[in-house]
Write a protein that binds this ligand. Structure first.
Ligand SMILES: [Zn+2]
Length: 257
């Protein structure tokens, strides 16, 4: 997987360091390794896009290092590969030494892992499962303004899955903690790798069951039931949150007509 570049390798070049990507003019560079001064550099082939190789190089450039968020409106497959690149680069950077014995580690050439040759420990990239749920009550949707979001958008409730918890329990707990509500009719919809910094979002729809809305002010600035035709500022297209909200709007509309 890891290889030294000869210079004539063709493809898309994801240069990543510290959670950022090199995006000259806002785009992922495409061409031969030598075009970008990468001859002799170590690279990892991490996938294919538009029938060409996608390469990760753990390297920082002086200028135009940017967030993967810039690629949110690009093709879904490309966004996913960019997220993979950034997460792997961070994984390798954070696992140079073994957490058990402190010895220097090596990168596996068979899988995305780091190996301790001293105590034989094996480390894999961390993925943090996260649930997100859109809750409907008749012709209204529960939307919240999270204190961690900038820009005042309203979105679905979300939170991390805790150790020793099922996804269903995580949804019920997060909804209760953040809004004091009970839900029913939970349906799994879809998932999306979310590389900020290493989440996997699992998206659900649910219906309101009982309880009075009372928000957790440590996590939320505001939350309310919004009629599907009078919605506040929503998350951008391309996010799974937006898809959940749009699915809920479609349901409201279908049942009101
Ligand atoms: Zn070790």
């Amino acid at each position: 997987m890891e290889q030294q570049l000869q210079g004539n390798e063709l493809g898309w070049w994801l240069l990543s360091h510290a959670g950022k990507l090199w995006l000259p003019k806002g785009e992922i560079p495409h061409g031969y390794a030598q075009d970008f001064g990468l001859k002799g550099t170590t690279a990892h082939r991490i996938g294919e896009w538009q029938s060409e190789a996608v390469w990760l190089v753990c390297q920082e450039r002086d200028k135009e290092m940017a967030s993967v968020r810039q690629l949110l409106n690009e093709d879904r497959g490309l966004f996913q590969l960019a997220g993979r690149a950034v997460q792997l680069a961070e994984f390798y950077r954070a696992h140079q030494f073994c957490g058990y014995c402190g010895q220097k580690m090596s990168i596996s050439d068979r899988e995305w892992a780091c190996l301790c040759d001293h105590c034989r420990q094996r480390y894999y990239p961390q993925i943090a499962p996260c649930i997100i749920v859109a809750i409907r009550r008749d012709d209204k949707i529960l939307l919240a303004q999270h204190s961690r979001h900038r820009g005042g958008i309203y979105t679905a409730l979300a939170g991390f899955v805790e150790v020793g918890e099922t996804l269903e329990q995580a949804v019920a707990r997060e909804v209760m903690e953040e809004s004091n509500l009970k839900i029913k009719n939970l349906r799994y919809i879809s998932s999306q790798p979310w590389p900020f910094p290493h989440s996997l979002m699992m998206a659900y729809l649910a219906d309101y069951e009982s309880g009075e809305l009372k928000i957790d002010t440590s996590e939320l600035l505001d939350a309310d039931w919004f009629h599907y035709e009078k919605l506040p500022q929503l998350p951008p297209p391309g996010t799974i949150a937006r898809r959940l909200i749009e699915d809920t709007i479609a349901q409201c509309r279908a049942e009101s007509s």
